[in-house]
Design a protein around this ligand. Structure first.
Ligand SMILES: Nc1nc2c(ncn2[C@@H]2O[C@H](COP(=O)(O)OP(=O)(O)O)[C@@H](O)[C@H]2O)c(=O)[nH]1
Ligand SMILES: [Mg+2]
Ligand SMILES: [Zn+2]
Length: 319
């Protein structure tokens, strides 16, 4: 991933990419200065075929190009600790790197306005498992829940907590439980994901008062959110805590996983699969499958198994 330095004779500065708008990158140095940077010439990364060579969260070195306009040239990218990608919507077989060097990925989910399905939550958790990024779910808009929905939410949260995932219920608009969230994010670089309209910008505005993120009215038509921002962007919550907003990102890639790997990224399936009769059990039809037994006796949630099958069957999500 790391690129060879091209201009070792120049004075190099170091910084973090905090925003990317196509060919220009906003770069922030440790002392808080912001530069506009770009790549010069060919800049290929090894490994993945990506449409964007540099993403928010990348640590880079750069040199001044134009002191008056404060533009710089990116010289080198530090090796990434991890990254999260999705399929490119423009170029088949290519990836788009959403963000790099993440300590925690938070999915903001809502039961309604708009609805986040457990299928979507599970895909998010599987991709985080596959990228080796700890994941957490924040259920927002607690204030909108009717009594019966509160029970549903309680059950869903219980299911994920039982699997080892941190899950919270908050109301970002009414400040409920925001301090718990800021404690959780302390000292970390956190990716904030979720459908458009779930309250990502609202939460970021609460956590970073000067972020001035535009928030959108959720259009009532079909409960679909309207998105206002398009580019991933990093904010300082405090000196050591960073938030990355990922607007308009519908789905993370679940890439190149083999069948056994998909099962591996479901912790409860991983834990039980050693009890299956066949070592290469796909947990779909095999006799003596411990997973199917566990679903029948209620040890594994059916919604999780359904998500497993949907990831297994959907060719698009495995490439
Ligand atoms: N009732 C309620 N509305 C919320 C809450 N959080 C956000 N919203 C509203 O939901 C809409 C979408 O929020 P926004 O932050 O723009 O969502 P984003 O697309 O995920 O960034 C806005 O009208 C917010 O005011 C909440 O906790 N309760
Ligand atoms: Mg937003
Ligand atoms: Zn099995």
């Amino acid at each position: 991933m790391s690129n060879k330095a091209k201009n070792t004779d120049r004075d190099l500065l170091e910084g973090t990419v905090i925003r990317s708008t196509g060919s220009w990158y906003d770069i922030k140095t440790a002392d808080g200065k912001i530069y506009k940077g770009r790549l010069r010439g060919k800049f290929k990364l090894q490994g993945i075929k990506a449409t964007n060579p540099i993403a928010v969260g990348d640590q880079i070195s750069f040199y001044m190009e134009n002191e008056v306009e404060n533009t710089v040239v990116i010289n080198q990218i530090e090796e990434r600790k991890n990254y999260i990608i999705r399929q490119s919507t423009h170029k088949k077989g290519h990836m788009h790197v959403i963000a790099a060097n993440i300590d925690l990925a938070v999915l903001i989910a809502t039961l309604n306005m708009p609805r986040t399905s457990t299928g979507f939550i599970d895909r998010f958790l599987v991709s985080c498992e596959s990228f080796h990024i700890p994941a957490c779910i924040i259920f927002n808009k607690a204030d909108l829940l009717e009594e019966s929905q509160k029970d549903t939410l309680h059950d869903i949260m219980g299911m994920y907590q039982h699997l080892g995932y941190t899950a919270f219920s908050i109301s970002a608009l009414h400040d409920d439980h925001i301090d718990k969230i800021s404690q959780l994010l302390q000292g970390k670089t956190t990716l904030i994901a979720g459908h458009s309209g779930v309250g990502k910008s609202t939460l970021i505005n609460r956590l970073v008062p000067n972020a001035e993120q535009r928030t959108a009215e959720v259009s009532t038509f079909a409960n679909k959110g309207v998105h206002t921002t398009t580019y991933a962007e990093m904010f300082n919550m405090d000196e050591h805590s960073f938030l990355i907003d990922t607007p308009g990102i519908k789905e993370f890639g679940i890439l190149g996983l083999e069948e056994y790997e998909i099962a591996y990224f479901f912790p409860e399936i991983r834990a039980k699969s050693a009890d299956c009769k066949y070592y290469d059990c796909t947990h779909t039809h095999e006799p003596g499958c411990a997973i199917i037994d566990a679903i029948n006796n209620g040890e594994i949630a059916y919604s999780r198994y359904r998500s497993y099958l949907s990831i297994l069957e959907n060719e698009d999500n495995r490439r």
